[in-house]
Design a protein around this ligand. Sequence first.
Ligand code: FAD
Length: 289
Amino acid sequence: MKIIDRLKKDGIHISFEVFPPKTDEGFDKVATATDEMAKLDPAFISVTYGAGGGTSKNTAKIASHIKNDLGVLSLAHLTCASSTKEEVRSVIKNLKELGIENILALRGDIPPNVSFPDKDRFRYAYELVEEIRKHGDFCIGAACYPEGHVENDHKEDDIRYLKQKVDSGVDFLTTQMFFDNDIHYNFLYRIREAGITAPVLPGIMPITSASQMKRSQELSGTVFPRRFLAILDRFGDSPAAMKQAGIAYATDQIIDLLANGVKNIHIYTMNKPDVAAAIMGNLSEIIKA
Ligand code: FAD
């Protein structure tokens, strides 16, 4: 089933995310995490694509396990900057053979040691979207950035390029993590004004440790509101307390989104079924209301 068809159904849709193992030995551990997450009845589970493309085989394997063994919709991420066009085509072919119907099409970060742009590589995600469309009837998701993508000085440019990407064949969008919902509401207003009508899944990252906050900031360039910084200041040195506070903060963000009419939410669960379970437990009645 395509994710876009699931999102069109009534009710609240909450999805999770895992990252693939770096080595084949790590497969069972990640598969077990997905088994636990599947019990929470997510709308789908997405599987990231390792920077550099080195773990592409494991992305496909985990996505196939989720779909074919667990009966849960899976979304395989695919990046193109770190691979040649031919390599990307062979990954798409493999996903098709495994019966994966949903792909999150990404450019990925530009690797430091390759010539880029280059005629043998797709330059932007929209080119990858066009390519995937040539290979079959996939449901295609793409990334968007409520605080703007780090490479763009102006949000207007980012939104213009986002429109081009969506128009090239994107079915839905997932946002970069954010910690202040007003940023998301503002972004939604701007993209709807720009004529982008695709469903947008806000990406919520439960921050459960001080080190994770640092990593998230480096990755996304996101702004942490004072309310979050106070939590970190008070509980950052107590792992159990920080975890509980991080789960509560993410829950609070989700409740606010749902209260404001958002129906689809993606949680960056990062191979942590206990965190996914805690949040879903906090929402058990809310998602039925
Ligand atoms: P694009 O949409 O191509 O945009 C890249 C930059 O180019 C932006 O600044 C954009 O405004 C600009 N741009 C786009 N089109 C044009 C144009 N025509 N002319 C000029 N400029 C243009 N990374 C991974 O390695 N693996 C993952 O699994 C992964 N998953 C992600 C999931 C989500 C939901 C998000 C938000 C990000 C994810 N990333 C992942 C990170 C992502 O790969 C990086 O943020 C990357 O730098 C941009 O990818 P993109 O697909 O958004 O690129």
